[in-house]
Write a protein that binds this ligand. Structure first.
Ligand code: 5AD
Ligand code: SF4
Ligand code: FES
Length: 348
């Protein structure tokens, strides 16, 4: 589709909007089937060197107590997921540099690989790092990397970040990750202050041009601990736009993995089910120890603060089934797009 064609989809309302979701669901079933993959997400620390203007755990939020899990805690969470039949986990945290942090992740990765005989697919979501660090983590056993571009429009990116944050540097990281051979995921926030439909359509063109394997997008939701909170945000419009973005992304890239993210559920009690019905095929149950959950609130109203990992897993399996999907326990769920891309090897 052209950018204008995508923008037209994002503007659909009422019956036409429902038709878009039906078409996206049909496309998903045809290309990737009924399976919805579970990725247990471990929020391994909330220390962050960055200061994104929308985020609740940004560096300057001095009111927030900070934590960092030990390698032992990370491995314990991952093994719990593995033994419970998860095929995949995501290790996420604020952005940190320094040898201590790099080595901590490296040793957690090697131990996970050793104890699961390499059968647990590990995704990292640890922000911008050097090529050397990405390579070390790949060698230690990481297989996938998620790095949201946040918005593909450089001018909007600049408005949402302090001057020392660089769109070009973030984009470069995506290229490095892809060239190293990671399965690559990116995504954006939907309904950001100042963001237009045209820019969102541009985001989908960006995903296609970057030829990514995984897409994780969710509604922007104002966070009290962040400067942009005064502009408001969240609500019905961002929710419905997020579903339309999932559907449009599915139509444009039928064989990628698309997540129905937690933020969808913060805005609507059936948010993730509706995401699955609009074309998503991945959900990410939170498997972080409950004692840390309140400290990892990127936005207000984040669900599951008191529910433990067992509870979230059972809850999400029920939700998958009620959305007409099929849970896929133990399946790492590699994106079909990745194997095709590897066969073609025609990188941009
Ligand atoms: N609303 C929604 N998503 C947010 N993120 C950060 N702050 C917010 C917010 N206020 C998202 C960013 C980041 C991911 C880990 O969380 O897209 O990449
Ligand atoms: Fe840090 Fe990520 Fe929040 Fe930005 S969005 S402040 S990088 S945790
Ligand atoms: Fe955590 Fe439903 S996913 S309680």
């Amino acid at each position: 589709m052209t950018k204008d064609g995508i923008a037209a989809l994002l503007n659909l309302e009422g019956e036409k909007e429902k038709e878009l979701f039906r078409l996206a669901l049909e496309t998903k079933l045809r290309y990737t089937g009924k399976k919805v993959y579970l990725r247990g997400i471990v929020e391994l620390g909330n220390i962050c060197a960055k200061n994104c203007l929308y985020c609740g755990i940004r560096r300057d939020n001095a009111a927030l107590p900070r934590y960092q899990m030990s390698a032992e805690e990370i491995v314990r969470a991952a093994l719990w997921a593995y033994e419970g039949g998860y095929g995949s986990v995501v290790l996420q945290s604020g952005e940190r540099s320094g040898e201590d942090f790099i080595a901590l992740i490296e040793s957690a990765l090697s131990e996970i690989r050793e104890k699961t005989a390499g059968k647990l697919a590990v995704t990292l979501s640890l922000g911008e790092q050097s090529a050397r660090t990405y390579k070390r983590w790949l060698d230690a056993g990481a297989r996938r990397y998620l790095l949201r571009i946040e918005t593909s429009d450089p001018q909007l990116y600049e408005k949402l970040h302090p001057p020392d944050h660089s769109f070009a540097a973030r984009l470069e990281c995506l290229h490095i990750l892809r060239d190293l051979g990671y399965q690559l995921g990116t995504g954006v926030m939907i309904g950001l202050p100042y963001q237009t439909i045209d820019q969102l359509a541009g985001d989908i063109v960006f995903f296609r041009k970057m030829d990514v394997d995984m897409i994780g997008m969710g509604p922007y939701i104002a966070s009290e601990g962040a400067p942009l909170a005064s502009l408001g945000g969240g609500g019905e419009r961002n929710f419905s736009l997020s579903l339309k973005m999932i559907a449009a992304a599915r139509l444009e890239m039928p064989d990628v993995n698309i997540a129905a993210t937690t933020a969808l559920q913060a805005l609507h009690p059936q948010g993730r089910e509706l995401g699955i019905q609009a074309g998503a095929n991945v959900v990410m149950p939170n498997i972080t120890d409950v004692k840390y959950r309140r400290l990892y609130q990127l936005y207000d109203g984040k669900p599951c603060l008191d529910e433990n990992a067992q509870h979230c897993r059972a809850c999400l399996e029920r939700r998958i089934i009620s959305a007409g999907g099929e849970a896929a326990p133990g399946d790492p769920g590699d994106p079909l797009h990745y194997s095709r891309r590897m066969r073609r090897k025609n990188y941009l």
